[in-house]
Design a protein around this ligand. Structure first.
Ligand code: COA
Length: 157
């Protein structure tokens, strides 16, 4: 397996997996996600792939099979009350549903962690939906800890 930055030729496979992630989220929150859709349009995704401020990493098997991706966003923190630091935000991470549980996710995450370390980042952050227990177990296994809680009250009953 190799991990590398995504390019435009990866776009169809990235879109296929974006649809898988949307289904995971729609199964948990059908009020907020539409199964069969994906997070980004074709145009938006093409722009993200070319954006050095939003590196997308992909895992490719030795035979060329697309295995997974990790979307990231570079955040520069220079607020009045903040020590200046860089955060790498994981916007999305997905392994093809046919090959989960075979350490592709771990390999991708560890690659991204090393990339962040060698590029001077202070931390890695992400959001995970409540009830996405598999993803929570995965991130815990990677060594991540809860940083903050996102709260919600649905008021349109
Ligand atoms: C979450 C995800 C990226 C993990 O990738 P993966 O390749 O399946 O996971 P790995 O095989 O690398 O697992 C690494 C460790 O994570 C934990 N883990 C992974 N999947 C797990 C599961 N289904 N249940 C419990 N623990 C799990 C285990 O500790 C595992 O180590 P082990 O196999 O030595 O026990 C993948 O399952 C996925 O794409 N899920 C759907 C999309 C998603 O929810 N993404 C997160 C959005 S925030």
């Amino acid at each position: 397996m190799i991990i590398r930055r995504a390019n435009l030729s990866d776009q169809p496979e990235i879109e296929r997996l974006l649809t898988q992630v949307c289904k995971v989220h729609a199964d948990i929150r059908p009020d907020l996600f539409i199964e069969g859709k994906r997070k980004y349009t074709e145009t938006e995704l093409a722009a993200i792939i070319k954006d050095d401020g939003r590196p997308v990493f992909v895992a490719i098997d030795d035979d060329g099979t697309f295995m997974g991706y990790c979307f990231t966003v570079i955040e520069e923190h220079n607020g009045f009350n903040e020590p200046p630091h860089k955060t790498l935000y994981i916007d999305d991470l997905c392994v093809d549903e046919n090959i989960r549980g075979k350490h592709v996710g771990r390999t991708l995450y560890e690659y991204v962690r090393e990339w962040a370390k060698s590029n001077g980042f202070y931390n890695i952050t992400l959001h995970v939906w409540e009830h996405n227990e598999k993803a929570k177990s995965f991130y815990n296994a990677m060594g991540m800890k809860i940083q903050l809680y996102g709260m919600e009250e649905v008021i349109d009953s």
